[in-house]
Design a protein around this ligand. Structure first.
Ligand code: NDP
Length: 285
């Protein structure tokens, strides 16, 4: 009988994970790089996270991505949380440093890299982020650190926006005044980059259309760029409306790809990730 040793065991840890495209992306990357490894799905309910982390240590799992609902709670189960994950308040990638488990967050850098690859200028940009959840937090931190001039947060619940702004008081670009969704017109005219970071596009066609229709995109300057972080569907109603107005648009696939590429590079010592192969795997679904 032949035995087959898989050197590197990786995976995505969350609940649910059945829909995740990360296994397709990372297994394609492992194969392309000739790395003996496998990236699986670890469906772990909230109450089993502590046990799962013990298992991860005991089994010598090389690294994992972390998704809903564990991104915040997993922090207390790690040996270290690095500076960017601490700042964002969430971990989306865990790697080993010898026998220590370290948490980082690749969403912010993934967004920045996706915008750079799409030739969108961040330095000096006046940014409006719609939404105040986890993706908005990553966007606010990433874009501030990449040199945005101002970042305004617009959300339907002022208290959620206020909590985000309070956490990020020290970030130079952050405008400390939350913007209500009903009051977006006033800041649109001075916006170079609009970041759609809510989950509204996922809420069925009617709700998604109502959300897109209510955004005063026609008040944006003609040179403004609109990015939607949602990647399913790729062409959200917000992007379709922006495109109809002749604005440059960027979809959410780039952020998904580059957060994965940066995670891969973190696990394999900075070795360049095969992004074209990873993108093709993501597009196959
Ligand atoms: P959260 O649940 O943390 O936050 C969602 C935010 O959207 C909240 O502020 C919520 O407000 C707001 N929201 C939801 N529905 C509406 C609506 N109809 N009108 C106005 N605001 C609304 O989710 P995440 O921040 O983690 O993720 C948001 C989206 O970003 C996800 O759908 C995901 O697809 C995408 N994403 C993409 C990534 C990528 O790599 N491309 C990475 C991470 C996320 P409230 O609390 O009031 O409901």
């Amino acid at each position: 009988m032949s035995t087959h040793k898989t050197e590197f065991l990786l995976g995505v840890l969350g609940c649910p994970v059945a829909h995740s495209r990360s296994p397709a992306m990372h297994n394609a990357a492992l194969q392309a790089k000739g790395i003996e490894g496998f990236y699986g799905r670890f469906e772990v309910a909230a109450e089993s996270l502590t046990e799962a982390m013990r298992g991860l240590r005991a089994l010598g799992i090389h690294g994992v991505n972390v998704t809903v609902p564990h991104k915040e709670t997993v922090r207390s189960l790690l040996d270290e949380v690095d500076a960017i994950a601490t700042r964002i308040g969430a971990v989306n990638t865990i790697f080993r440093d010898r026998d220590r488990l370290v948490g980082t967050n690749t969403d912010a850098r993934g967004l920045v890299r996706a915008l750079e690859r799409a030739e969108v200028a961040i330095e000096g940009a006046r940014v409006v982020v719609i939404g105040a959840g986890g993706a908005a937090r990553a966007a606010a931190v990433g874009l501030t650190e990449a040199g945005a001039a101002t970042v305004q947060i617009a959300a339907r619940r002022p208290e959620q926006a206020q909590a985000l702004l309070q956490d990020y008081q020290a970030l130079s670009a952050i405008d400390p005044t939350p913007v209500s969704l009903l009051d977006l017109k006033s800041c649109m005219a001075h916006c170079d980059l609009l970041v759609q970071a809510t989950s509204a596009p996922l809420q069925g066609p009617k709700e998604a259309a109502a959300f897109a229709d209510a955004l005063p995109l026609d008040h944006l300057p003609q040179a403004a760029v609109v990015i939607d972080l949602v990647y399913e569907p790729l062409e959200t109603q917000v992007l379709a409306a922006a495109r109809r107005l002749g604005l440059k648009t960027v979809d959410g696939l780039g952020m998904l790809l580059y957060q994965g590429a940066i995670a891969f590079e973190t696990w394999f010592g900075g070795e360049g990730a095969p992004v074209d192969i990873m993108r093709a795997a993501l597009q196959r679904g």
